[in-house]
Design a protein around this ligand. Structure first.
Ligand code: BES
Ligand code: ZN
Length: 618
């Protein structure tokens, strides 16, 4: 297959060399530009459309039904290969006739190849299947684990390669298809997908969906539960459990405006509606950019709209990621680094530079920590990754996010905002609904922004960023004016000024995070007590601040926070919050505490969070 792709690449390079009119970038297929995390042959047999007809069964905790793929086989391949992860396949019909399929031995991380014999003229492949015992994408919640405590809940998390655990599919970011779905759920519940969505429950429990814009499988999403809707403006709105809907609606007040601002920055929003779904607290990540319907954690509902940069982030993915998609998981920074850059620009536009600068600095601190953890010479600190034979989750670090975003900021500083924005807008337009590799991006950057300016190229030194380790010496660092007062307050406190007397007027979440993060570790018990007495961190309703405080509490063995930590870990499933807490316990002789708490609450966490924590707590 590799040879074949190289041949195609050479042919297309030649084609574009021969033509004077196409400005197409040439494709350098170095060995890790090929997606090694899918076994599907959708590069040869076209999978155009999926119709999903499924039932969601909370009693058996299974999804079952039929996935029908519309295919096109112009090259007369003798089989279609799809990805499947622990699926049970009952039967397959090709154009109505039973086919002798085979389901291969599972490959670590990747799952099984589902091979289906087809002919040149084959058009419809209907796969009758059921999900396995613990599909990686799915989390089934008992009523007790929801806000309302009345009804069960189900949600999916398909990125990066988990769609195959609930749908037999061609599961690579480079393969796009449209879809329709008919989903049957218990009466009284509502179903939502990454598609045009209902705004009300219906009595039948049957919901029909249409996604007419082609998307890769990692953007397939489903949520089922006691969900209601409130509009924000004509094209935006919010879904949540009834117990959360008003808080969510308040928090999301600015989202309509945010979409408009995003369009002003980088061109039209091309997905119709933009809604967000606030999930129960077990959701394993902060947010997921499922098209038309961002999924997000309730831990961003702080009551004061101070964590809305997460929505800015997921919204931004509708350009970087959903519109222009990383070709393989080795190119993940093209999704996330661009999105963090876009998110910060959007947040700055919604607030001001002083506010945006704080996010850049907090991001830089995250990057420093990540490089320290991975090792400054580690290949995992390159922007271009090599995840061959590994779980793509290994690439989910702040390298893609913060090193990626910092590179774009460096380019911006060197060319100026006007040129940068014009370049990015053009980049999104010209690559809309396409995938891109790192090498293709570099070629495009050369042709459209660097334009042979050797001095500029030297200043940026992009190869050191993309193919080199650690934090490059020209990495921009922001000095937020609003952190000056924070540093002063912290210093004063450490020199003995009473906590209550610190000047903290007007501080946002960002100031508090910076204040706490740069404290010495561990603080003395008396210092912890003084801070807690003044600011009640132990009972903070702001999840970011609480999480940071709890890490400090574990380090300082500050017992008054332990009941709150236990409660937090019982409720919240967001990996970003769980990991540092369990890590700190494991690192500070509190292994038994970690094991006890994890033993109690493991079943509350999503399979993906379990995977991460199983490695950590043992
Ligand atoms: N697309 C990611 C989440 C993701 C990436 C899930 C890879 C699984 C594999 C999402 O956009 C994201 O980055 N979420 C962050 C938001 C934060 C950077 C504002 C999160 O969940 O914390
Ligand atoms: Zn993201």
């Amino acid at each position: 297959m590799k040879k074949l792709l190289t041949l195609i690449a050479v042919a297309s390079i030649m084609a574009s060399c021969n033509s004077n009119t196409t400005k197409e970038t040439t494709q350098t297929l170095d060995s890790n530009s090929i997606d090694k995390h899918t076994q599907s042959n959708a590069d040869k047999v076209k999978v155009k459309h999926l119709h999903l007809d499924i039932a969601v069964d909370f009693d058996t905790r299974k999804i079952h039904g039929c996935a029908t793929w519309d295919i096109d086989n112009p090259r007369a391949e003798d089989k279609l290969i799809l990805d499947a992860y622990q699926l049970t396949v009952d039967s397959i019909l090709v154009d109505g006739k039973r086919a002798e399929f085979s389901l291969g031995q599972p490959v670590e991380h990747i799952g099984s190849a589902l091979q289906i014999p087809i002919a040149k003229e084959s058009k419809k492949v209907a796969i009758h299947y059921r999900t396995g015992d613990n599909p990686r994408a799915l989390q089934w919640l008992e009523p007790q684990q929801t806000n309302g405590k009345q009804y069960p809940f189900l949600y999916t998390q398909s990125e990066s390669i988990y769609a195959r655990s609930w749908i037999p599919c061609a599961d690579g970011p480079g393969i796009r298809f449209t879809y329709t779905a008919r989903v049957s759920v218990p009466k009284g519940l509502m179903a939502l997908m990454s598609a045009e969505n209902p705004q009300q429950k219906n009595d039948s429990g049957i919901y029909n969906f249409n996604m007419d814009v082609p998307v890769p499988a990692y953007l397939m999403a489903l949520a089922v539960g006691d969900i209601t809707f409130k509009p924000i403006d004509e094209r935006t709105g919010v879904y949540a459990e009834p117990a959360m809907i008003d808080k969510a609606r308040y928090e999301f007040e600015q989202v309509g405006k945010m979409v408009q601002m995003a369009e002003q920055l980088y061109g039209p929003y091309r997905w119709g509606r933009y809604d967000a779904l606030v999930l129960p607290p077990g959701f394993p990540i902060g947010g997921m950019e499922n098209p038309k319907l961002t999924f997000c954690t309730p831990t961003i509902i702080a009551g004061d709209r101070s964590l809305m940069n997460l929505i800015a982030h997921e919204l931004a993915h509708n350009w970087s990621g959903n519109l222009v998609t990383n070709a393989t998981w080795n190119d993940f920074w093209l999704n996330e680094g661009f999105t963090v850059y876009f998110e910060r620009r959007l947040t700055e536009a919604m607030t001001d530079k002083a506010y945006g600068d704080m996010l850049w600095e907090l991001g830089y601190q995250d990057l420093e920590k990540t490089v320290e953890d991975l090792g400054k010479d580690s290949k995992d600190t390159h922007l271009k990754l090599d995840l061959t034979g590994r779980d793509p989750d290994d690439g989910l670090t702040d390298i893609a996010y913060e090193k990626g975003a910092a590179l774009l900021k460096l380019i911006e500083i060197n060319v100026g905002r006007e040129k940068m924005d014009a370049f990015l807008k053009k980049y999104f337009d010209e690559h809309a609904f396409k995938t891109i590799t790192t090498a293709q991006f570099l070629t495009y950057l050369d042709a459209n922004l660097i334009k042979g300016d050797k001095a500029l190229a030297d200043k940026i030194n992009i190869n050191a960023w993309v193919y080199g380790a650690g934090i490059p010496t020209n990495c921009p660092r922001t000095q937020p004016v609003r952190f000056v007062k924070v540093d002063e307050a912290r210093t004063a406190f450490l020199q003995g000024k009473p906590a209550k007397e610190l000047v903290i007027a007007g501080w946002s979440t960002n100031e508090w995070l910076h204040f706490l993060r740069k404290m010495p570790k561990p603080l003395q018990t008396t210092q912890m007590q003084a801070l807690d007495a003044a600011y009640n961190f132990t009972n903070s309703g702001n999840s970011e601040i609480a999480d940071q405080w709890y890490v400090m509490a574990i380090a300082a063995d500050y017992k008054p926070a332990y009941a709150a930590i236990d409660k937090f870990l019982s409720r919240v499933g967001r990996r970003k919050f769980l990991e540092p807490l369990y890590e700190e316990m494991m690192a500070t002789d509190k292994q038994q505490m970690a094991k006890d708490i994890y033993g109690k609450y493991r079943m509350n966490y999503h399979p993906l969070a379990q995977m991460t924590l199983d490695k950590l707590v043992k």
